[in-house]
Design a protein around this ligand. Structure first.
Ligand code: SF4
Length: 546
């Protein structure tokens, strides 16, 4: 008899999990293309294209291998669609690899309570198990802090990756200090491969343009892999052409080389097209061969074996950050007007998601995220460059996310929850398990230091050192007050002032507070004036309607 397996939208793989456990002829897969899910947020159009096109290609790839495919288009959620399908087709129990996204897990559990016969298999796409996490930290406890390094070291020891005789190769676990060079044309930047849309992807683009026309971003120049073989080729390109310089320039930012040596692998990794342990082993092999330096290999492996796994465990352990101290479940309230179009025929967005996510804000940040994040030019060249890239690609690399988009939000006091939701729909690689811990924790310190030992904030000096943005900006990164001064710097000092009671006791914040305390009262007044002006300017534009 045939075993029926439901394929979640973030687990397109037959290299691990239930699809590997019986011959194709005895396997049936169920795939749901759900309009309700796509409409839940104004997801970037390219995100919908890469997700739906991979879904359709995966179905065809499996059919070509002899797997029976039940592909279902539904206006309902995944769980409701499955329930209906199972009942109408009299399907026996369905197996599902546990979805990575909490939101999908909840949807399926709800359908299960309504009668869906489904069993969850372990999600073996990850490089670690829940037990690996709890062995290091014990069960989740409010108020405890979680330092990623402990988990990472354990994973290195457990897997033997970049280890020799139980010691880290190169004498240290982390080469983070070697990952911080700005890029000044020392070596050419490779042109990443492109995968122009085939007829299936073209159909998906047409669908997205029609059904999700009001969503964020554009489908123009779509070039991401949508098949298994293109995904594999995409990865091989990184290994050969980008990895060798990835580490050294990992934190660099440029307006003429937006991607630099980053891979965009996260897009495919988070869909299950590529598996973390495969990539980790490939990169470790490059280190062993000497075809890529340790700073690159370890830097990449730290992201996958360390950060990525650590963050998803933390998300799971905290029930999507809802178990954090001080979290108060929110009463459902209306979606901001801009996201609830009332025009006749316009699809309505599900208002619940926006308001029911965890809403920690340890620093009391609550201002509305301004129109600049929707592409209304702010005149801040760093911000405008990154937002323009996000609108076009649905992607920008990690330092632009942390030190431009999140840094500015932190400095101004924009709502961490709004920023989280923005990242969730705007980035092609974003899902709840990755954005909630990264934005509420690492990027904005909204969790009060659960993962980060201090807020990641900086003035213009850091951006000027690590990028070429400031050379093309109307503002002067060396001036902190008065006309033409860079707002980041005045915002930085007023951020410190505003949060003095919460942060001045932090050992890692001593230096900036010492500098702040030496500032003359007149300068402080000027800094406050400039910072307030910058926030007012950013908030003076209306966000576009979706
Ligand atoms: Fe950004 Fe300031 Fe540099 Fe302009 S001068 S690019 S606003 S950091």
């Amino acid at each position: 008899s045939r075993r029926w397996i439901y394929i979640p939208y973030d687990r397109y793989t037959d290299r691990t999990g239930p699809l590997t456990e019986q011959p194709a002829a005895q396997t049936g897969i169920v795939i749901v293309e759900s309009t309700a899910k796509a409409l839940r947020r104004p997801y970037h159009k390219k995100k919908l294209v890469v997700l739906i096109s991979n879904m359709r290609h995966f179905a065809l790839e499996q059919a070509a291998k002899g797997v029976k495919v039940l592909y279902h288009f539904s206006p309902d959620s995944h769980g409701q669609a499955l329930l209906h399908l199972q009942q109408s087709n009299k399907l026996p129990a369905i197996t599902c690899m546990t979805p990575a996204e909490r939101e999908l897990r909840l949807d399926l559990h709800q359908a299960q309570q309504q009668g869906l016969d489904i069993t969850f298999a372990e999600d073996t796409t990850w490089a670690s198990s829940t037990k690996d996490f709890t062995t290091v930290y014990g069960p989740y406890k409010q108020g405890k802090s979680y330092v990623m390094d402990r988990f990472y070291r354990r994973m290195r020891q457990q897997t033997g990756i970049l280890m020799q005789n139980a010691k880290p190769i190169g004498g240290q676990f982390s080469f983070d200090a070697d990952n911080r060079s700005p890029y000044k044309h020392e070596v050419p930047v490779p042109t990443p491969p492109t995968y122009p849309p085939d007829t299936i992807t073209q159909e998906v683009i047409a669908l997205v343009e029609q059904t999700y026309a009001h969503h964020f971003g554009t489908t123009e120049d779509f070039d991401l892999p949508c098949t298994q073989s293109d995904s594999d080729a995409f990865w091989q390109f990184f290994l050969t052409h980008q990895l060798p310089h990835f580490g050294r320039f990992e934190d660099a930012m440029r307006d003429d080389h937006l991607q630099l040596f980053h891979s965009k692998t996260s897009v495919l990794l988070n869909l299950g097209r590529l598996l973390a342990m495969d990539l980790i082993r490939d990169v470790a092999a490059r280190a062993a061969e000497g075809t890529a330096p340790m700073a690159s290999c370890e830097g990449f492996i730290r992201q996958l074996l360390g950060w990525r796994e650590f963050m998803r465990h933390l998300h799971e352990q905290t029930d999507g950050y809802r178990l954090l101290a001080g979290h108060v479940p929110q009463e459902p309230r209306k979606v901001p007007h801009e996201f609830s179009p009332d025009a006749p025929g316009a699809p309505r967005l599900d208002s619940e998601t926006w308001v029911q996510g965890a809403t920690p804000s340890a620093l009391g940040a609550s201002l509305t995220l301004p129109a600049a994040y929707w592409g209304i030019e702010s005149g801040l060249h760093c911000l405008d460059t990154v937002v323009k890239q996000v609108i076009h690609e649905g992607w920008s690399h990690h330092i632009t996310r942390l030190m431009v988009l999140s840094n500015l939000a932190n400095l101004c006091g924009f709502s961490p929850r709004e920023l989280t939701d923005w990242f969730w729909f705007a980035y092609v690689d974003a899902y709840d398990w990755v954005v909630e811990p990264n934005v509420l924790g690492m990027a904005t310190y909204a969790d009060g230091g659960l993962t980060a030992t201090k807020p990641y904030v900086s003035g213009a000096a850091y951006i000027n050192r690590m990028s070429n943005y400031c050379g093309h900006c109307q503002y002067d990164p060396k001036k902190s007050t008065g006309p033409g001064s860079c707002p980041f710097t005045s915002l930085y000092w007023t951020f410190l002032e505003r949060n003095e009671d919460k942060l001045s006791g932090n050992f890692r914040m001593q230096m900036p507070y010492n500098t702040l305390h030496k500032k003359k009262p007149e300068e402080l007044v000027q800094l406050r004036t400039r910072a307030a002006e910058a926030i007012t300017d950013l908030q003076s534009f209306k966000r576009p309607k979706y």
